[in-house]
Design a protein around this ligand. Structure first.
Ligand SMILES: Cc1cc2nc3c(=O)[nH]c(=O)nc-3n(C[C@H](O)[C@H](O)[C@H](O)COP(=O)(O)OP(=O)(O)OC[C@H]3O[C@@H](n4cnc5c(N)ncnc54)[C@H](O)[C@@H]3O)c2cc1C
Length: 262
């Protein structure tokens, strides 16, 4: 079974600064991590490989420093790592990101399953998985908290607010996973050192993928960010509601209704 995991490097902190001119993230000096749900996607890929055999390839589109996330993925157990890195990819919206990831997946050739996180900690749109499935003409199951494969059939539990649905699809397919799906393994120091000493992260650019500069990055983006606003948090008045549990609950309800919050 050949599994591809799409993995994004994201800031590992809430203290993220934005460039007021371009609206893009200032990554310098910010500690970075693998997007948490992408670690769950990688863990699922490794568990499926243990069960069915095969190969796990991790792909990330990002700046040169995203190589660290891919080295971590190799240390965790991925077989191959590909960094899609090119100045032409900068400023990509979700469509341009999906297009670039999709082009790399097509270049890889045969695969049975593409796994993504449901959404990222930073961009948080949840659009890349579904767009990628459309671009690759694959059936998709999003928000999966359980995935198993029997022969050519993938079965999944898809979470929604009131419960979950049982879904099935034929392979190849694309699935986006939630954090509930598993507990990702942690690599040992030896595995991390080995990933730097003995393993390779391939770097592919636009020319290697046969992509024109106007179809990727900012030029290939269908959306343009006109301005970014930071939320302003004012300090509100703190009020304590006294009484029994029921009095406090009723009091809170009345206050929320008074302010049209419910
Ligand atoms: C006009 C515009 C300009 C932008 N410019 C910049 C910019 O200059 N710099 C910047 O950092 N961001 C920029 N962004 C944000 C950028 O579009 C998103 O970071 C990117 O498209 C991914 O979207 P997301 O984080 O919402 O992913 P989601 O859709 O929430 O991610 C879902 C899943 O898709 C996969 N995935 C997502 N992104 C990647 C990736 N890069 N590589 C591999 N897998 C991935 C992961 O599995 C992830 O869990 C810009 C956005 C717009 C609209």
């Amino acid at each position: 079974m050949n599994i591809i995991v799409c993995l994004k490097q994201v800031p590992g902190t809430n203290d993220v600064r934005l460039d007021p001119e371009t609206g893009s993230l200032i990554r310098e000096g910010v500690p970075s991590i693998i997007n948490p749900e992408d670690r769950n996607a990688l863990e699922k890929a490794l568990l499926l490989r243990e069960e069915h055999g095969g190969n796990v390839v991790v792909i990330s589109m990002g700046p040169p420093q995203a190589e660290v996330a891919l080295r971590d993925a190799l240390a965790i157990g991925a077989d191959e790592a590909i960094l899609l890195c090119d100045k032409a990819f900068a400023g990509a919206d979700t469509l341009a990101t999906s297009f670039t990831l999709g082009s790399a997946i097509k270049k890889l050739g045969h695969f049975d399953l593409v796994l993504c996180g449901t959404k990222t900690l930073d961009g948080n749109t949840g659009q890349v998985g579904p767009q990628l499935a459309e671009l690759l003409d694959l059936p998709q199951i999003t928000y999966a908290r359980r995935v198993e494969i029997q022969g050519e059939i993938l079965k999944a539990e898809r979470v929604f607010e009131e419960g979950y649905e049982l879904m099935e699809t034929r392979l190849p397919a694309l699935v986006t996973v939630t954090r509930e799906i598993n507990e990702p393994r942690i690599p040992s120091i030896d595995q991390i050192m080995q990933s730097y000493r003995e393993k390779e992260v391939k770097t592919w650019g636009a020319a290697y993928l046969g992509l024109y500069e106007h179809s990727v990055g900012l030029d290939g983006s269908a959306t343009k960010m006109s301005k970014i606003y930071k939320p302003e948090f004012g300090k509100g008045k703190v009020e304590f509601i006294e009484g029994s549990m029921e009095d406090m609950a009723q009091g809170l309800l009345a206050k929320l209704k008074e302010r049209n919050l419910i």
